[in-house]
Design a protein around this ligand. Sequence first.
Ligand SMILES: *[C@@H]1O[C@H](CO)[C@@H](O)[C@H](O)[C@H]1NC(C)=O
Ligand SMILES: *[C@@H]1O[C@H](CO)[C@@H](O)[C@H](O)[C@H]1NC(C)=O
Ligand SMILES: *[C@@H]1O[C@H](CO)[C@@H](O)[C@H](O)[C@H]1NC(C)=O
Ligand SMILES: *[C@@H]1O[C@H](CO)[C@@H](O)[C@H](O)[C@H]1NC(C)=O
Ligand SMILES: *[C@@H]1O[C@H](CO)[C@@H](O)[C@H](O)[C@H]1NC(C)=O
Ligand SMILES: *[C@@H]1O[C@H](CO)[C@@H](O)[C@H](O)[C@H]1NC(C)=O
Length: 354
Amino acid sequence: MARHTLFSLLMAMSAATVALAQLSTFPATPLVSEHFPTPSDAPYHADPGNLARGNQTGYNICNSTTEGPTSLCQTAYVNDLGDFCLWGPAQPNSTIADTEGEVVAWCTVPGHGTRIMPEGTITGAQLVKTPDYWMITGLIQQSNIDIASNDTGGELDPGGQDLRGNPIGGLLYSTAFNTTEYQINNWVNFMGSNQFCIKICNPSGSNPEGYCQHTLDRIGSFYNCPSKYTQPTSSMQPGEFEICDSDNMQIPGVYVENGQTLSYSQPPESLGGITTIPYTPTIPSSSSCQTTSSAALFASATASASATGSGGSSASRTSSASGAGNTSTSGAERTIGGAGALVLGIVFSTLLLS
Ligand SMILES: *[C@@H]1O[C@H](CO)[C@@H](O)[C@H](O)[C@H]1NC(C)=O
Ligand SMILES: *[C@@H]1O[C@H](CO)[C@@H](O)[C@H](O)[C@H]1NC(C)=O
Ligand SMILES: *[C@@H]1O[C@H](CO)[C@@H](O)[C@H](O)[C@H]1NC(C)=O
Ligand SMILES: *[C@@H]1O[C@H](CO)[C@@H](O)[C@H](O)[C@H]1NC(C)=O
Ligand SMILES: *[C@@H]1O[C@H](CO)[C@@H](O)[C@H](O)[C@H]1NC(C)=O
Ligand SMILES: *[C@@H]1O[C@H](CO)[C@@H](O)[C@H](O)[C@H]1NC(C)=O
């Protein structure tokens, strides 16, 4: 190659390196503080992009065009025990740890522009309601939503290592505390070991940042979502579905010892594994439980499987999960490493090809 070409390539490369080095880690506004009150207020990307961890891989404008097995919709809903979404990978057999920034919404019903869980994915679940939060815990056939069957998983939340959320730009809406679908800024979702918990906090509740805090991600769902499903030995069986009123849980990490209220915070990962946690969570009392069946919640899918418009919820919807079992994705592409890696990759391959 001509000398000047090599020179300009090297210049381009160092410019790219400088640009890379200059990418900030944190957004101007943390995701948890971004307000897009209703689904139609959401931009295509809730995340501003051009930041160190790479760009948002999916999108927040989701409709009948985006719905289906290759959807990269990153707007989730928790409306009822028969109408909720969980975060799962976009490619089969992935771990949550490897894909936390890129997971997409998998919902029990059509109508949100997302992927739809195959029938039989949720095998048991409990929704508990308090004025401050709603929480669904349960059992899941996690390989149905592309999580490797032996993955012990982890936590998805609107914080993350750089305040951009996991997934980056992930939004959540609910009718739980309002007459229409309204944004939930504080939420937490644990996935793994064929169990799940998704907790959404009332924006007008007493302590949404506390009940949905997400700094105890390494101590697991029993500490963050104490319930009969998440206790070390689950007392709930597959096939059980119920909706209950509940007392509030203790704020995760807060406990009482000898009459003193203390708080626990998770040690940094650099100090190694967590061996002792100084308290055991209490499962709050629940009442007025209504039991229902998988069939009642999910089975009428075929009757109303036709996707409706953008994220509209319908109070009468009871369906889910069409019968077809294939969860896999084809067209969807995952971009790991994001913007920086891509720019450098192009420069290097240009060099090699010249
Ligand atoms: C449907 O969603 C896609 C992807 O976000 C978007 O490009 C398109 O404009 C949307 N269509 C409508 C009618 O809103
Ligand atoms: C999942 O991936 C692992 C390697 O990470 C591989 O050993 C295993 O066979 C894969 N399982 C399926 C069902 O593809
Ligand atoms: C899951 O299985 C894969 C493939 O056999 C293995 O590489 C991986 O270590 C396993 N993960 C866990 C958490 O056991
Ligand atoms: C309910 O929605 C209205 C707007 O329609 C909003 O002003 C209000 O803050 C919402 N309340 C909660 C608890 O989300
Ligand atoms: C799932 O995919 C496999 C392999 O592509 C195919 O043989 C099978 O018929 C599909 N099943 C359904 C329910 O679509
Ligand atoms: C990342 O997003 C920003 C803002 O939308 C855009 O300008 C930039 O080109 C994107 N980078 C890549 C590598 O796609």
